[in-house]
Write a protein that binds this ligand. Structure first.
Ligand SMILES: [Fe+2]
Ligand SMILES: [Fe+2]
Length: 183
């Protein structure tokens, strides 16, 4: 495992949660009711696993190293990626405020949440594509295979520090459950 492959794997997980969020909101298009608990669960995975843990690691460990190693245009790219993280966190916070209060929801209950979710999904998909294409190839040079071990250990320690002990495992279990239910 390298830093690059770890980030790519986490991007795959994040993409799955974006697909679940999309499916959940589409499931009420034909008049059926959606489950509020599942919607809350998806937002918690996005908040914990994607925003706090994945973006946290990129901001604390990956971006600074890429900046250090890079020329002027890398600075611009990293600034842009960090800006995306801020926009995504803001959209997530606003979505959480619009979660319906009842145990189930219909299309009209998510009228305020839906456009925020659409913007969030579009922003994050584009962000991940950008990172896969431009950031991950740089990681190969910045974290060469022989130095990957110590960088990965720092990342693992950061997972615990950012989320609390064992929390990542619970979030991953929820991610698998939701994927199995909706994808
Ligand atoms: Fe990112
Ligand atoms: Fe990322």
């Amino acid at each position: 495992m390298t830093v690059q492959s770890l980030l790519r794997r986490e991007h795959g997980m994040a993409m799955r949660m974006l697909a679940v969020l999309k499916k959940l909101l589409e499931s009420v298009e034909d008049g059926t009711e959606g489950g509020t608990e599942d919607l809350e669960s998806v937002l918690l995975v996005l908040e914990g696993y994607v925003d706090r843990c994945h973006h946290g690691k990129e901001e604390r460990l990956v971006f600074p190293e890429v900046r250090k190693a890079g020329e002027g245009d890398m600075e611009v790219m990293v600034d842009e990626l960090a800006l995306d993280h801020g926009k995504a966190a803001d959209l997530l916070r606003r979505m959480k405020e619009e979660v319906p209060s009842g145990p189930s929801f219909s299309k009209s209950d998510v009228e305020a949440l839906e456009p925020l979710a659409r913007s969030y999904i579009e922003l994050m998909r584009e962000h991940i594509r950008k990172e896969n294409a431009r950031l991950l190839p740089l990681c190969e040079a910045v974290f060469p295979e022989e130095a990957s071990g110590s960088a990965l250990r720092r990342m693992e320690a950061l997972d615990e520090e950012l989320l609390g002990p064992g929390r990542k495992g619970t979030l991953l279990e929820d991610l698998e459950k939701l994927s199995a239910r909706y994808l």
